[in-house]
Design a binder for this molecule. Structure first.
Ligand code: HEM
Length: 305
């Protein structure tokens, strides 16, 4: 299939077409909840000398989010939930982790992801055509696993009970010139909890902020940042393909959340390519597309567009 080459602004435009124009908000994941806490590292041999892991406890700014460009979206609905996390190092640099609650992305390239989104646009009569989407998925198998996830996805019970997947591959440069190839997940220590349709129907439109605040009062809300170590045959450019589950896992550290509900994350750009010393992004074209798309969205929302 021929897929038209896309640029970052095409995504900002299609998000606005799909979810409406909401000036001043993020063009994706428009609805969010700021939180803050601390990161305590677990130094290990695969990340020798990483500044991220050798400076003890570090402050973290977090934004949990609901997918889509509607800032008033219905939290009863199943679907994408996200987390952006920025850990601040003593030298003023940041390490960012920005992930979603699904284990595979909707397409191996920005072109395919954009083509898929295009099938969700309503026609001139305001009607969408599920058959068109189905046909696209059949012609573009790399969308399939994510579409399957979406079909069976349940409503997140709380951000504190959601697992977030980094999806892309990253590298860490060891002092011995070896590269550690990895993907990360952020795992809730309170366990993953979802609501089935009947349970979700009983909830108000908005409950995520209150549920989270209550959990902060009652218990310890924390997440482990866990990485899978990749082998040569594991794709480092395709976020629509999961790595085998038996890859060795290493914990980078634990994030404990202390506060929620401020405006502290409003003017942050959780660009997943902004990482601390020694870490580098892979050549995954989806990962590469994220920086310019986030930058356009960031500039627009800061200027009230
Ligand atoms: C070509 C692919 C993608 C495009 C074009 C895209 C685009 C965007 C844009 C424009 C924003 C708003 C940024 C801002 O205003 O600060 C955003 C936010 C977000 N995206 Fe993506 N995204 C892509 C892939 C992904 C992937 C693969 C993930 C998960 C691994 C992801 C997770 C998130 C999250 C969690 C947020 C909210 C960040 C925050 O709270 O500030 N995105 N995305």
């Amino acid at each position: 299939a021929n897929d038209k080459e896309v640029v970052a602004n095409d995504f900002v435009e299609i998000f606005e077409k799909l979810g409406g124009k909401h000036p001043g908000y993020r063009k994706a994941h428009a609805k969010g909840l700021c939180a803050s806490g601390t990161f305590v590292p677990t130094p290990n041999q695969h990340f020798t000398g990483a500044a991220l892991l050798s400076n003890g406890e570090l402050p973290v700014s977090i934004r949990f989010s609901v997918g889509g460009s509607n800032p008033n979206s219905d939290e009863k609905a199943a679907g994408a939930r996200g987390m952006g996390m920025q850990i601040k190092l003593p030298d003023g640099s940041f390490h960012t982790f920005t992930g979603n609650n699904f284990p595979v992305f909707a397409g191996k390239s920005p072109e395919i992801f954009h083509g898929f989104l295009s099938t969700l646009l309503p026609d001139e009569n305001g009607k969408t055509d599920p058959a068109k989407t189905m046909a696209y998925i059949q012609q573009h198998p790399s969308v399939q696993a994510n579409a399957m996830w979406n079909k069976t996805a349940k409503t997140a019970a709380s951000f504190a009970n959601t697992e977030f997947f980094g999806l892309h591959t990253f590298y860490f440069d060891q002092p011995n010139e070896q590269k550690t190839k990895f993907r990360w997940t952020i795992e809730p220590n309170l366990g993953v909890k979802t609501l089935d349709k009947a349970e979700a129907a009983k909830m108000p439109t908005e409950f995520l902020a209150d549920t989270f605040a209550q959990q902060l009062k009652d218990e310890t809300v924390s997440f482990n940042i866990v990485v899978s170590l990749g082998e040569a045959q594991d794709s480092d450019i395709d976020p629509s393909q999961q790595w085998p589950s038996e890859r060795p896992q290493v914990t980078l550290g634990t994030v404990t959340v202390n506060t929620s509900g401020s405006d502290a994350c409003k003017n942050t750009n959780f660009d997943p390519n902004m990482m601390s010393a020694g870490f580098t992004p892979s050549d995954d074209p989806v990962l590469r597309m994220r920086s310019p798309a986030y930058a356009i969205s960031f500039g627009k929302r800061l200027s009230g567009q």
